[in-house]
Design a binder for this molecule. Structure first.
Ligand SMILES: [Zn+2]
Length: 231
């Protein structure tokens, strides 16, 4: 039997009313409804009274306890910074959580091994990504100091980790992306940018101060290396 899923909002609205008992639901209180715009009830009037809340963080336990419960109330809280609702756990039957815990304990080892394998694959992909990114940097900045392209690529990879869907395909490195990575590297490594903070200057001012230095170094790195024929 498929689980019936239901949203429960720790609402950000000020003036919601329970459609059953008509009592007001204040901001921060639970509103059980498909959206905050739809008709819904307070928690006391909902089917989830007496259900335990399973906190988030264990994907297998979350998935399995939902599967074993007739009803699943997904608790959502507003994240102002991200401007969207985030999961804060789920209300499922206590027996469903117990059943799921037993299942999880039974195959914990297999899942750990799977995760470890996946981590190794990810690490390999990261390596290929960095390698290809470094090659792409070297192509555009042939006079970049030796091995520096790897430092730049490594940093860019860490910065974007988890935020963009990365593939190891070198085609995805567009010129702007490379320029930005090189520019950031030069700002920190080849100018006095970092040393200027904490001396009463504003970030905008400091940035504009080093702008020329950055452009100069970028131009140097872009030139083809000169051959020392008489060496
Ligand atoms: Zn009510």
């Amino acid at each position: 039997m498929a689980t019936v899923s239901q949203n429960i909002y720790l609402t950000k609205k000020e003036k919601l009313k329970c459609s059953k008992c008509h009592s007001p639901i204040l901001a921060g209180e639970a509103f059980v409804g498909e959206t905050e715009q739809s008709r819904g009830t307070c928690f006391s009037c909902s089917d989830f009274v007496g259900y335990p809340l399973l906190p988030p963080g264990n994907a297998a336990l979350t998935r399995r306890s939902k599967k074993h419960s007739a009803l699943c109330g997904v608790l959502l809280t507003w994240n102002q910074r991200r401007k969207r609702f985030a999961r804060k756990g789920q209300y499922v039957e206590a027996a469903a959580i117990e059943k799921a815990k037993i299942e999880c304990a039974a195959d914990q080892k297999i899942r750990d091994e799977k995760n470890a394998k996946a981590a190794i694959v990810r690490e390999k992909q990261d390596k290929i990504y960095i390698e290809n990114f470094a090659i792409a940097i070297r192509e555009i900045y042939p006079s970049c100091p030796v091995k520096r392209e790897y430092a730049i690529a490594q940093h860019a990879c860490e910065k974007h980790s988890g935020r963009v869907g990365r593939t190891a395909n070198a085609k995805i490195f567009d010129k702007q992306m490379i320029d930005l990575a090189v520019e950031a590297h030069i700002r920190h490594m080849e100018t006095n940018y970092d040393a200027q903070f904490g001396k009463g200057k504003r970030k905008k001012e400091i940035r504009s101060d080093v702008k020329f230095d950055i452009k100069r170094v970028m131009m140097q790195w872009r030139q083809l290396p000169t051959l020392d024929l008489f060496e």
